[in-house]
Ligand binder design. Structure first.
Ligand SMILES: [Zn+2]
Ligand SMILES: [Zn+2]
Length: 252
């Protein structure tokens, strides 16, 4: 499995693009979140909207969903040899987000000639329910209230025969949703929201180090961080955490 970080920055990043990823399975590209910077970040990573087979949306902050409507529109309004050749967008969501996401998208997509179903189809998963893609198992876990109080959100786990990755999404209160219970001996990487200044809705580096047992620190991949990351290099070098960099390729 290859993982392309399109961006790794926080919501207000000016230099690192939003924290969105493409997971490349054997023949399937799964986009993880679609922030407002997607229109540029996807091109810089040499992908286009039409390369995407599935999109997973973790929650409705703009750095995760602000670019979705444009992507859906552009895939639908494709013309090949002058013929309208619409490509529907398949969206994977936790059941806690289905209605809020539909409501958001309907504003721009629905009109007298179109319903939202013309543009996209939804794959709704309950907590822990497995969705098979090729030989991979994709499942979601509820993180509602663990990022922002009262806001539905989720993270995911992708498993294959020899391993799995756990992706927290935006999160501050890992203990509230027992992230450790999603991790097992086959987990090769934990993608963790990490903040370098005290923050009400994202986990600080100290909170991350305190929450995870030291034996797991080497599996932590920090993401969704502030632009002034260089100031924290010394602090980071004293840990085993790997910082995800945009435009790199991770292979698991
Ligand atoms: Zn975010
Ligand atoms: Zn968020």
């Amino acid at each position: 499995m290859k993982m392309y970080p399109l961006g790794v920055g926080g919501a207000f990043t000016k230099s690192n693009f939003h924290n969105n990823y493409i997971l490349q399975l054997n023949k399937t590209n799964l986009l993880i979140d679609a922030g407002t910077t997607l229109r540029n970040s996807i091109t810089e990573a040499n992908f286009s909207y039409t390369d995407i087979d599935f999109v997973y949306i973790s929650h409705l902050h703009f750095d995760h969903v602000g670019g979705l409507e444009e992507m859906i529109m552009q895939r639908y309004w494709q013309f090949i040899n002058g013929q309208h050749s619409p490509q529907k967008t398949k969206i994977i969501v936790h059941e806690n987000l289905l209605l809020p996401l539909k409501k958001l998208l309907c504003n721009g997509l629905e009109n007298q000639d179109h319903t939202i179903e013309d543009f996209c189809s939804f794959i709704t998963l309950s907590d822990g329910e497995v969705y098979k893609i090729e030989d991979y198992e994709f499942s979601l876990f509820d993180t509602t209230n663990a990022h922002v109080k009262g806001m539905p959100s989720s993270g995911f786990k992708l498993s294959w025969q020899e391993g799995n990755i756990v992706f927290t999404g935006d999160i501050k209160w890992m203990d509230q949703v027992n992230i450790l219970s999603k991790i097992d001996t086959n987990t090769v990487a934990i993608f963790q929201d990490i903040s370098f200044t005290s923050n009400g809705v994202h986990a600080s580096i100290q909170e991350v180090l305190n929450y995870y047992p030291t034996t797991l620190h080497g599996k932590l991949y920090g993401m969704h961080y502030n632009d002034n990351i260089e100031q924290f290099n010394d602090m980071l070098s004293q840990t085993n955490i790997t910082l995800v960099k945009k435009h790199g390729v991770l292979e698991f």
